[in-house]
Design a protein around this ligand. Structure first.
Ligand code: ZN
Length: 153
């Protein structure tokens, strides 16, 4: 079954550690037994059971579940959404993601205004060697044709 991540966070004022109403609700549905029963009912198992990210007010879990809908139902049924902002994510191992990249066309090439070499070019555009080295045979852009005097004091 696919793996999913659940990230939850809340503010200190509604933390079950400090807020009586939230604590009562959390003990009702998100205690250890309650969460496990809800997980079992949804055929969801833990790869990483819910972990508190000390000392923040955040929680992370990684689950094995039949679908993202089952994960979202887990968030509703446990009540986690009532005192947390919860995000759920489908997970893809980096090794699989990297293998897919070779089949994916690039969107930004090295000539775009946000390309790393373009950002570098802004700071050392007065160095003709920069553009020539990174873009052999290409016409230098306007900013690369300026001299240090053009940039002012
Ligand atoms: Zn908290």
């Amino acid at each position: 079954m696919p793996h999913y991540a659940v990230l939850a966070d809340h503010t200190p004022d509604i933390c079950p550690g400090s807020n009586a109403k939230t604590r009562a609700r959390a003990m009702e549905s998100a205690g250890p037994d309650g969460m496990q029963k809800i997980a079992d009912d949804l055929e969801l198992s833990y790869i990483l059971e819910p972990q508190h990210l000390d000392p923040t007010h955040r929680v992370i879990a990684v689950v094995d579940a039949p679908s993202i809908e089952a994960v979202n139902q887990y968030v509703f049924d446990t009540g986690l959404f009532q005192w947390n902002t919860v995000e759920t994510f489908a997970l893809t191992p980096i090794s699989e993601m990297m293998a897919k990249l070779s089949d994916t066309p690039v969107v930004f090439d090295c000539r775009g205004p946000t390309a790393p070499c373009a950002r570098t070019a802004r700071t050392d555009a007065w160095q003709p060697s920069h553009h020539a080295a990174r873009h052999p045979g290409a016409e230098p852009p306007e900013h690369a044709r300026r001299t240090p005097a053009d940039h002012g004091p």
